[in-house]
Design a protein around this ligand. Structure first.
Ligand code: CP
Ligand code: NVA
Length: 308
């Protein structure tokens, strides 16, 4: 079953096919009304079911619009509105929903729940963010880099600074598969997942882990950050204090390559992990990045349903 659970379980060729399709589909519908269906309505008659255990703006709207643009429809629910919220098992939910929809997307607090859903579903399952990874977002980030620079991601140099979290883990997986250099600059004690790092390194991934923001960003083509407190994490003053030296501001951007891009998956906490000047400045590609969730996830859906 072609699930889209993590970049680590994908192949470079599969990821490349998704990116190429996303670039082409986006170009083909330039100037169109957003609700118009793509030529050929490739997923006509299909239904995507989406389950959210956590809040979402971009993931929810982009998957819903993406499905519509492919000719498909969606059913969206929070876990709390389902029997899942009253203790029905993930495995039973997977079996039932597989009889009713053609693909499932889950945003969950625990990565194991995504794995259980995929194990018991007989339709493709897509990761819409877990505590461990956020692969759809990183695919949108890569698409944005390629679109803005006109260069393939392979061979470029990326820096991630801030809290070592689900975004960091998916970037690490992507860098080892698509062969770009990644420097991760995080405070001590907030490192990304050690298992994800080990898998990427075993695959020959070129990932430098440092505890200094300037060292991470030095000469990089892209600077990425994310919230210092992810959904489901305790908000602590101490964490904000240790993360403060990793704020992306003009001084830090000046250490990157001239014209380096700034990316943030959003939502941003302006004044914490990024300043207004960088978010709204000429190097920021965050709005394209948000839009590209829509385009790249259409291609992920098509890949899952055997249309790529
Ligand atoms: N970046 C992202 O996944 O945003 P949402 O939480 O709004 O879906
Ligand atoms: N790391 C963030 C990403 C939000 C899209 C979180 O998990 O809350």
């Amino acid at each position: 079953m072609p699930h889209f659970l993590d970049l680590a379980t994908a192949t470079p060729a599969g990821l490349r096919a998704i990116l190429d399709d996303a670039h082409a589909r986006k170009k083909a519908r330039q100037g169109w009304p957003k609700g118009r269906i793509d030529a050929g309505a490739p997923l006509d008659g299909h239904v995507l079911g989406m389950i959210f255990e956590k809040p979402s703006t971009r993931t929810r709207f982009s998957f819903d619009m993406g499905a519509r643009q492919l000719g498909a429809t969606t059913i969206v629910s929070t876990a709390g509105e389902m029997q899942l919220g009253r203790g029905e098992t993930i495995s039973d939910t997977a079996r039932v929903l597989s009889r009713m929809v053609d693909a499932l997307m889950l945003r969950t607090n625990r990565h194991e729940k995504l794995e259980q859903l995929a194990e018991h579903a007989t339709v493709p399952v897509i990761n819409g963010l877990t505590d461990l990874t956020h692969p759809c977002q990183v695919m949108a980030d890569i698409m944005t880099f390629e679109e803005r620079t006109g260069r393939p991601v392979t061979g470029s140099t990326w820096a991630y600074v801030g809290d070592g979290n689900n975004m960091t883990n998916s970037l690490i997986e992507a860098s080892s598969l698509l062969k770009f250099d990644l420097r991760v600059g995080v405070p001590r004690g907030l490192e990304p997942d050690s298992g994800v790092m080990a898998t990427a390194c075993a695959r020959g991934g070129c990932i430098d882990l440092v505890h200094n923001a300037k060292a991470a960003v030095d000469g990089a083509d892209v600077v990425v950050t994310d919230t210092w407190v992810s959904m489901g994490q305790a908000d602590s003053k101490d964490k904000l204090t240790v993360c403060a030296p990793f704020q992306v501001n003009d001084a830090l951007m000046a250490a990157a390559a001239p014209g380096a891009l700034f990316l943030h998956c959003l939502p941003a906490h302006r004044g914490d992990e990024v300043t207004d000047a960088v978010m709204d400045g000429p190097q920021s590609a965050v709005w394209d990045e948000a839009e590209n969730r829509l385009h790249v996830q259409k291609s992920i859906l098509l890949w899952c349903l055997g249309r790529l």
